[in-house]
Design a protein. Sequence first.
Length: 218
Amino acid sequence: MEREIDMKEVSDGRFYSLRDMVKADCGGCQGCCDCCRGMGSSIILDPYDCFRLTTGLHRSFEELLDKEIELNLAEGIVLPNLKMTGPKEQCGFLSGEGRCTIHPYRPGMCRIFPLGRYYENESFRYFLQVHECPKEPKTKVKVQKWIDTPEVKKNEAFIIEWHYFLKALSRRLEHTEEGSFQKSLSMYLLKTFYLKPYEETRSFYGQFQERMAEARKL
């Protein structure tokens, strides 16, 4: 989902593509886990994030809801996000030593950090969030290598479609005062794109398109 930002204040003034080099690599964090704490409900999970988590950890979405993730309202729609727990308000997947226990399956927002996505014209570009990661020194790395996502072009196409699909639904909700419609819409999205298990042996993107085609008809 989008948030209002002033690019001059939060970025280095550049936009990046997958082939570009960006000064974002902090050498495996080396003991720093600041970005895994105090994030509130801001790490919203898309369907591919949950596909990676459920298939990688061999746990259902409902099991993850017991401890590591939670549901919150985001622009009128109920969506899952990583849950911050304990006195340090840290990610439920963070170990006692401050290391990520789901690194191979980490969500997309974690993969791109300290990069962000700037959405416009039915697409998006990457930008460097210059004030979000205190770890120094940072070295240059190719954006595609940093994101570390298989079939990255398919993934970008999925991100664009999901983002603008939710944005259209959010705009529609602005014009209705029916709380029952908002609730039923959120429940439908959760059941269709998150609760319904994905087949590990099939491509996520094909399964997503099947569900999206059904959702658009409705």
